[in-house]
Design a protein around this ligand. Structure first.
Ligand SMILES: Cc1cc2nc3c(=O)[nH]c(=O)nc-3n(C[C@H](O)[C@H](O)[C@H](O)COP(=O)(O)OP(=O)(O)OC[C@H]3O[C@@H](n4cnc5c(N)ncnc54)[C@H](O)[C@@H]3O)c2cc1C
Length: 432
């Protein structure tokens, strides 16, 4: 791995997501040798992935080079590699480019798409957990439109112009809203020779309402906004299969589509080598104590989506969203510093800053403590917060510029098939 020997304690962080970056950014200045490992050489701002898929933003706007984060320190290193396992007995991490020892290990590997064991869906559905997948989705949607414009058979054209999404959590809702915006404001200008009344967007949800993690008020407003945008919503409906362009469900709903997007669940992405008793099987997340130490290990910590900390307020662990990951990363900085100074660590407490989702142009819903609101003001807050949390001034500036341009011109800047969606195999390789 080409990491020099150092007398300083070695801190190895697996994963440059929200949690890993929050930790690394502050630990680079401390008296440790810091090594950040990730399979990608960039951090991804996942909340805006749907904007890459729907051609609003280029991928670079929501990615940030991990090397830029570690270069701020003297004894800090980044290595782009796939971590294959950890060996707690010998305090070693094994990767695709070699092995490395650690004094402190932090696992912040996040989550991956959960298909609940349905292999047909896993093999055939589009997913949107990382940038390559978001680009695949963008390419497939645009390729299907290019096909539709030259397809005379109405049935085949209908398949190409139908977009079906499973899962009406924030990701499904935002993506459905984004596709509906394309249909209403952008595509008719691009394809004047196509009848866009034929284009359909279907959103399927197993629960009895959209946005199940949010308040009922947010859910009602989101339903109203989506319907206004022409999205067909099916609640209390579970997708059971997707094969040969046919989506089937546990009700009488079945839909033909060439673009089926699965956003119906995530599960932890653990690394092998940690004792199975420390992994909560139903969630695939490591059980951690209030200092984020993995149960049974003093020097191995887990943060963010991969960590499940049971507390009175959150008996099933914190929600798998960005804030717990960021807050746990920041908190571990304090605790590692304390540990290095021989002081006792402080338990983590989560501060819930609320949740939000946007539904197309000018509309969003926000749950902020007791305050629940939706519409233009909520959309404005949504934009401000997302810009604020984007990593890097350049990304904020470009995103702000793109949003303003899109808003004024009713246009989307990134409708290019620069990276054609090839086949299922490619989709499989990029599975995380
Ligand atoms: C489409 C989408 C939309 C979302 N929208 C929102 C939102 O609006 N608001 C919100 O709060 N949250 C949202 N989330 C959830 C939020 O992004 C996650 O909760 C957050 O990213 C968790 O942070 P993390 O650091 O635990 O993991 P991640 O940010 O997922 O980072 C994990 C990192 O680990 C790396 N990694 C994993 N395994 C390995 C390995 N074996 N070897 C090397 N590297 C590895 C990955 O490449 C990745 O960089 C969204 C998620 C998605 C997918």
């Amino acid at each position: 791995m080409n990491i020099p020997f150092s007398n300083l304690p070695r801190l190895v962080i697996i994963g440059g997501g929200f949690a890993g970056v929050a930790l690394a950014r502050k630990m680079v200045k401390e008296d440790v040798q810091l090594i950040l490992l990730d399979r990608h050489n960039y951090h991804t701002f996942q909340p805006l992935l749907y904007q890459v898929s729907t051609s609003s933003l280029e991928p670079d706007s929501i990615a940030y080079p991990l090397r830029k984060i570690v270069k701020r320190g003297k004894n800090t290193f980044f290595r782009m590699t796939e971590v294959t396992s950890v060996d707690p007995e010998n305090k070693k991490v094994h990767t695709s480019i070699g092995s490395i020892t650690y004094d402190y290990l932090v696992i912040a590997t996040g989550a991956r798409t959960n298909f609940f064991g349905n292999t047909n869906i896993e093999n055939n559905a589009m997913r949107m957990k990382n940038l390559p997948q978001a680009l695949n989705l963008r390419s497939l949607m645009l390729e299907n439109l290019e096909q539709a414009v030259i397809t005379p058979e109405p049935e085949r054209r209908k398949e190409l112009l139908s977009f079906v999404l499973a899962g009406a959590g924030p990701t499904g809702v935002e993506l459905a809203g984004g596709i509906a915006e394309l249909k209403l404001n952008v595509l008719p200008k691009d394809y004047p020779d196509m009848d866009f009344t034929e284009m359909e967007i279907h959103l399927i949800e197993g629960a009895d309402r959209v946005l199940p993690p949010m308040s009922t008020r947010a859910s009602e407003k989101a339903t109203k906004f989506l319907k206004k945008l022409g999205v067909n919503i099916y609640t209390n409906t579970q997708v059971t299969n997707y094969e040969n362009n046919l989506v089937t469900t546990n009700t009488d709903v079945s839909l033909r589509t060439a673009t089926f997007i699965w956003s119906a669940g995530v599960t932890g992405a653990p690394v092998s080598g940690i004792d199975a008793s420390s992994l909560i099987p139903r969630a695939n997340r490591y059980k951690v104590n209030q200092f984020n130490q993995i149960e049974g290990y003093d020097t191995i910590y887990a943060l963010g989506d991969i960590a499940l900390m049971e507390t009175d307020a959150y008996p099933k662990g914190h929600p798998m969203v960005a804030q717990p990951a960021i807050q746990q990363g920041n908190h571990l900085v304090k605790n590692l510093k304390r540990h290095l100074r021989g002081q006792p660590m402080i338990p983590f407490t989560y501060f819930d800053k609320g949740s939000m989702a946007t539904i197309g142009r000018n509309k969003a819903v926000v749950d902020l403590g007791k305050f629940r609101f939706g519409g233009f003001f909520a959309w404005f807050i949504w934009m401000f917060i997302h810009l604020w949390f984007l990593v890097g001034f350049r990304n904020r500036f470009i995103t702000f510029f793109n949003w303003t341009y899109n808003y004024i011109n009713y246009d989307k800047a990134a409708r290019l098939i620069v990276r054609p969606f090839k086949n299922k195999k490619e989709n499989e390789v990029e599975r995380v």
